[in-house]
Every structure is written in structure tokens, then in C-alpha cells.
Write a protein that binds this ligand. Structure first.
Ligand SMILES: Nc1ncnc2c1ncn2[C@@H]1O[C@H](COP(=O)(O)OP(=O)(O)OP(=O)(O)O)[C@@H](O)[C@H]1O
Ligand SMILES: [Mn+2]
Length: 270
């Protein structure tokens, strides 16, 4: 193994910081014991009480997305410089650390995924709940058939002004919120029909069946995506909302903010 040592050493040499993904208490204590700069802990919660911590709102199964989120979060909160060289330590196959990745923050393309959760009008937990519904719907479909869905989250008043009803609104007089298990069943049921769900900053479901009519100038979504994705991108440019889209045709869940695609998840892999 000694022949590999120089490779291992070159991976960890001269770094500006360490991102430690979801460490156990023991691991965290071990790495902080030597008095070096403490690592930046990235995980769903700060179980080890780290002073420098980035919260993961989703359980990104794709390690690239996990690293991207951690890096974007650390840079946005001034824990790292935009051109920092970091070593990421994570468990890719199990919870225990099995993977070490060296990255230069400025060579790693930023998607805006951290900003999507941290700096949108809607609550991060609301955005997370919407993702969960879209992913579950993507996994199971509607009675086994693939189904598409469009969720517009935040700045609901403006979104309502830039859309029109396609059908009666089943949420008209209700006060229900995403994340509530009953609501998830309702959202899945109503996603069989056309149009978008409109959800408020705090997660209240304002309407189903909205046809979005935003201005579409300057919206630059990837080629091959159709009207649903175009409408999703455009409404987030024209209002303070973000959009989460489940594609009926390729099964992917995508998020848009300020007219741009910021995240793409495969529900099967998530
Ligand atoms: N402006 C809009 N507002 C709300 N819903 C829309 C709008 N445009 C399209 N949709 C919905 O998207 C559905 C699919 O349209 P289309 O196939 O063109 O979109 P797409 O982006 O290719 O999505 P998918 O990947 O799910 O096929 C439509 O049947 C309709 O329900
Ligand atoms: Mn289509």
C-alpha cells in the first residue's frame, strides 16, 4: 500500500478546508482532537454540534449533488472562499466514510441549489416537502402510469395574477398545507389533471389546476423540455416563486428559480 500513499497524500495536501458529510460523534471528535481547523460538517442535522455546519435539506443520493450543495452552502455562508480547495469525506455506499474527493470550488459548476432552499421566499421546509411529493409521485406514478406535475411555490398572490383556472379549485376554501400526509394524497390525486399547483410561502395550498401565463422572454431552459417546463421556468422569472416539476415523459424532477434550471433529480435513484 505504500506505493499508494503518495497519491493519498496528494489528494489531501494543501487544502483550505474539509467537508465532512454526516459524521458520527466519534468520527467528529477524532478529526477535531488534533487542534487543526475544525471541518465543515454537512448533513441533514447538526448532531455533532459543529460550529461550522451546512444543513442538507434533501438526502442527495448522487454524491456530486451532495458535494455541490455542501460547497455552495459553505461559500454562501462565508465558511469557504469561492476558489477554495477542499477535501470532502463521505459515506457513498454506507453511512461510514468510504470516499475522499478533492475539489476546487471554482472548478465545480455552481447550480444555485443552495440558494434555492436558503434564499427563496418560501420556507426551506416547504420546498423540501414539495420535492418529497414530486419524488414520490415520480416513483409510483398514478396507478402505475407515469404522471407529470408542476408545483409553483412562493409569492402565490402574484402567481395567481399571472395564471387562470382550468377547472374548479378543490383547495378554494381549505386551509391545508404541504407535508400533511392527507394533503400528499390529495396532491397526487389532483395531479392526474392539467395545470399547476400554487403553494404559498408558508406551504398553504392555494390552488390546483392553474394554467400559467407568465411572460417568457429571456427564459433559457434546456432544449427538449416542453410547455410544462417552459411555463415553470418562466413563472419563476416573472414572479418571486420557485417551481418543482415532475416530467411525465422522462420521469425526472427538476427545480427552477429565476428562470433557470437549478436541480435535476432522478426519483428512482433518490
Ligand atoms: N402554461 C402551463 N401552465 C400549467 N400547466 C401547463 C402549461 N403548459 C403545459 N402544462 C401542462 O403540462 C402538460 C404537458 O405539456 P408538455 O408535454 O408540452 O410539457 P413538457 O414540458 O414536455 O412536460 P412532460 O415532460 O411532463 O411531458 C400539459 O398537459 C399541461 O397539463
Ligand atoms: Mn411533453
Amino acid at each position: 500500500m505504500s506505493s499508494l500513499r503518495s497519491i493519498f497524500e496528494s489528494i489531501t495536501a494543501d487544502v483550505d478546508g474539509v467537508l465532512l458529510f454526516s459524521p458520527s460523534q466519534d468520527q467528529y471528535e477524532e478529526v477535531t482532537a488534533d487542534g487543526d481547523d475544525p471541518p465543515i460538517v454537512v448533513g441533514p442535522s447538526n448532531e455533532v454540534d459543529a460550529a461550522t455546519f451546512v444543513e442538507l435539506p434533501l438526502d442527495f443520493s448522487d454524491p456530486t449533488e451532495r458535494i455541490r450543495f455542501g460547497l455552495e452552502g459553505a461559500i454562501a455562508t462565508d465558511l469557504l472562499a469561492g476558489d477554495a480547495v477542499v477535501v470532502c469525506v463521505m459515506g457513498m455506499f454506507t453511512a461510514a466514510p468510504d470516499t475522499i474527493v478533492r475539489v476546487r470550488a471554482d472548478e465545480f459548476s455552481r447550480s444555485g441549489v443552495y440558494d434555492l432552499f436558503a434564499n427563496s421566499r418560501a420556507d426551506p421546509s416547504v420546498i423540501r416537502d414539495v420535492f418529497e411529493v414530486a419524488v414520490e409521485l415520480g416513483r409510483k406514478g398514478q396507478k402505475g402510469k407515469p404522471v407529470g406535475a408542476l408545483f409553483v411555490v412562493g409569492d402565490a398572490g402574484t402567481v395567481m395574477n399571472k395564471s387562470r383556472p382550468l377547472s374548479y379549485n378543490p383547495f378554494e376554501k381549505s386551509h391545508v398545507h404541504v407535508g400533511d400526509p392527507i394533503v400528499n394524497v390529495m396532491l397526487k390525486e389532483f395531479s392526474r389533471l392539467d395545470g399547476a399547483f400554487v403553494i404559498s410561502d408558508s406551504g398553504k395550498i392555494v390552488s390546483a389546476y392553474r394554467y400559467l401565463e407568465p411572460a417568457a422572454e429571456g427564459v433559457d431552459i434546456p432544449k427538449g423540455l416542453g410547455a410544462r417546463h417552459m411555463a415553470a421556468g418562466a413563472i419563476t422569472r416573472d414572479t418571486g416563486s420557485i417551481a418543482v416539476v415532475l416530467s411525465e415523459s422522462d420521469g425526472m424532477v427538476r427545480a427552477f428559480k429565476a428562470g433557470e434550471l437549478v436541480l435535476e433529480l432522478d426519483p428512482e435513484a433518490y
